[in-house]
Design a protein around this ligand. Structure first.
Ligand code: UTP
Length: 417
């Protein structure tokens, strides 16, 4: 059977007749490109993920326990000094690297361009999200007399726009040779009837496959090997959209080194017992971030002898790993979750449809699903006002408005010190 016939069989088997119609309308070059893409896509996997969106979430019988953490504000002077010294020594020795996950679509924010290119209206002049991250790394470089290698993960969708933007702004003054941009893997988007969306360039529309793809993409892109060549021992992985993210927190790093763990994370305490965030726990003896929907109500409200929520440490995408932990996570398959999102597409008449409501499923693996591959994690509780100001939504909670307020308040406090 030739390539085209084989592709048509697959498309028919998986009910994708609109793509068969599209094939017939394309010129030879475009047709070959689409055929190659069809050959590469695992339709069985995509249809299984789509079918899962119709099923009730199965809450398995799991043994859930609270997890230990240290509160940064309550460390003794000796403890704090010990951690800070250990962390500082490691960063000074050039064995520390940082990864920014910038492959998301940022659909809720609705900014035209990669999220890192969004300008937050701070102090009149405004600052781009990438620039805010750069400021944080630059501050650490000055303090610890080093240049931290900075790896930025993009998606195939936003890679070119990200590279163009950073080039245009000369990496905001960060040494260019210390910046590596790599691209993550992707999966097709599926509408509510299980049909794959078509993109403007007359291909099957694909999008990045979630921030859990960071580990395998670090390996596949050669960035992990590059880190090893540089002698990197610890790697920080964080998001692009928290304007108070501290990427080189020596207390967190030193605590991880002191405890001899392979992974560590900064948390902030839940705003209230029912805040819709994922929280840390131990599940069947392993570290885990449990989604709010899966945490039984009684547990969500449970407090310990100090009156603190037993399941109160929220995951804020502020994670640290040994280089071996990244390698291990890069080889473990992570489960995919589905997110219902707004995605534009080309309809059967060749017209672009820009939906005003979510219309399609994006399949994503989550960075924290890798935690369960490890025996332990060191958690340091930070402070919301110092560590967490995300830009997620266009308006309301976690929006540019709330992030601007938190950012300016933080810096006003720092400048008064
Ligand atoms: P979110 O899950 O908040 O998604 O990403 P998002 O894409 O930024 O926004 P929405 O949900 O479409 O509105 C958290 C972090 O993970 C990164 C994002 O760039 C952000 O830093 N991410 C997310 C990736 O790098 N790749 C992905 O596939 C998904």
């Amino acid at each position: 059977m030739d390539k085209e016939q084989e592709a048509i069989e697959i498309l028919k088997k998986y009910n994708q007749n609109h793509i068969v119609n599209l094939l017939n309308k394309l010129d030879e070059v475009k047709k070959q490109e689409l055929l190659d893409q069809i050959n590469r896509i695992d339709f069985g996997q995509i249809m299984e993920l789509y079918d899962n969106t119709k099923k009730e979430i199965e809450i398995k019988e799991n043994k859930i326990e609270s997890i230990d953490y240290l509160d940064k504000a309550k460390l003794s002077k000796e403890q704090r000094e010990k951690f800070d010294t250990l962390g500082e020594e490691l960063i000074r020795s050039g064995k520390y690297a940082v990864v920014t996950m910038a492959g998301g679509q940022g659909t809720r924010l609705g900014h035209n361009g990669p999220k890192g290119t969004f300008k937050l209206d701070v102090y009149g002049k405004g600052k781009y999200l990438f620039e805010i991250l750069k400021d944080n790394l630059e501050e650490a470089n000055k303090k610890y007399d080093t240049v931290i290698p900075w790896y930025i993960m993009t998606s195939k969708e936003n890679n070119q726009a990200t590279v163009d933007f950073l080039e245009k702004h000369n990496y905001f003054g960060y040494p260019k040779e210390a910046v590596t941009i790599f691209t993550q893997s992707e999966l097709p988007l599926v509408d509510t009837e299980g049909k794959l969306l078509i993109s403007k360039d007359m291909k099957i529309k694909e999008a990045s496959d979630g921030n859990g793809g960071t580990y395998s993409s670090l390996r596949a892109s050669g960035s992990l090997a590059d880190m090893k060549n540089k002698g990197i021992k610890w790697v920080f992985i964080g998001g692009v959209d928290n304007v108070l993210l501290k990427m080189a927190d020596v207390t967190l790093l030193g605590m991880a080194i002191d405890k001899g763990v392979q992974i560590a994370s900064k948390s902030v305490v839940k705003a209230n017992p029912h805040e819709k965030v994922g929280v840390f726990c131990k599940m069947n003896g392993h570290p885990k971030v449990i989604e709010y929907a899966e945490l039984p109500e009684k547990m969500a409200e449970e407090v310990d002898s100090d009156g603190e929520l037993k399941y109160g440490e929220s995951h804020i995408m502020c994670n640290l790993y040994t280089i071996d932990a990244i390698e291990k996570a890069s080889k473990e398959p992570l489960i995919y979750h589905s997110a219902f999102k707004k995605n534009s597409y080309i309809d059967e008449n060749g017209k672009e449809v820009v939906p005003s409501e979510p219309n399609s499923y994006k399949f994503e693996s989550f960075i924290f699903d890798a935690f369960e591959f490890f025996d332990d994690i060191a958690i340091l509780r930070g402070k919301r006002e110092d560590d967490f100001a995300p830009v997620k939504n266009r308006e309301g909670v976690d929006s540019p408005k709330t992030a601007k307020e938190l950012y300016e308040k933080f810096w006003n406090r720092q400048n008064k010190k």
